[in-house]
Ligand binder design. Structure first.
Ligand SMILES: O=C(O)c1ccccc1NCC(=O)[C@H](O)[C@H](O)COP(=O)(O)O
Length: 192
């Protein structure tokens, strides 16, 4: 789930990664996509998926953006001729400027926490000081955000958008409407 900060727009992510507790089957993803109002972008999230797997989803659902959350190369991200976001799991020695050059045609870099053995949805915050202020691509800030820390995160990093999963859930994979509303208030409180 992403919040674009200039206009408060919520974009749902459909997770196509079997190891995730948030994974959804194609049929359910199709139902969600069909129920959305107009002008909402749908993000499809993949982790090192085979091209045939991504193509099978694209044949069934009109996705607007692909989110690659594994170790996909720039070439792998470009295979579908679609808008994409590349997730980078940030560590002390991560060279984000180099990633921005490699993935220069990405619509954004999604910066997430690094936790060994987990591709994403870790609930962990990473050190926001590791984000260089002059990154040439829009930043979607992720990793352990919640209603209490999102305003501070926005003030410090000044991202284009924020992304949250566990911080607005009752239990893994089940979103909580009250926490989502509190998160939205946190975003608005950042008052950029
Ligand atoms: O959410 C997952 O389970 C997941 C699993 C594997 C790769 C990516 C995954 N989620 C990607 C996201 O964009 C999450 O929103 C992001 O990692 C932040 O999660 P959280 O720290 O729980 O807010």
């Amino acid at each position: 789930m992403h919040w674009l900060l200039r206009r408060t727009v919520v974009t749902p992510s459909e997770v196509f990664y079997r190891s995730s507790p948030r994974n959804i089957e194609l049929q359910r993803a199709r139902e969600i996509a069909a129920a959305l109002p107009p002008f909402i972008s749908i993000v499809g999230l993949f982790v090192d998926a085979a091209p045939s797997e991504v193509e099978a989803v694209l044949a069934e659902i009109r996705l607007d953006v692909l989110q690659f959350h594994g170790d996909e190369s720039p070439e792998a991200c470009r295979l579908y001729g679609m808008s994409y976001m590349k997730a980078i799991r940030v560590r002390k020695d991560t060279n984000l400027l180099q990633y921005a050059t490699q993935y220069h045609d990405a619509r954004a870099l999604l910066l997430d926490a690094y936790l060994p053995g987990m591709a994403g949805g870790t609930g962990q915050v990473f050190d926001w000081d590791l984000v260089p202020p002059q990154l040439p691509l829009p930043v979607v800030l992720a990793g352990g955000l919640n209603p209490d820390n999102v305003a501070e995160a926005i003030r410090q990093v000044r991202p284009y958008a924020v992304d949250v999963s566990g911080g607005v859930e009752q239990t893994k994979g089940i979103k909580d409407a009250g926490k989502i509303a509190a998160f939205m208030r946190g975003v608005q409180n950042a008052a950029l």
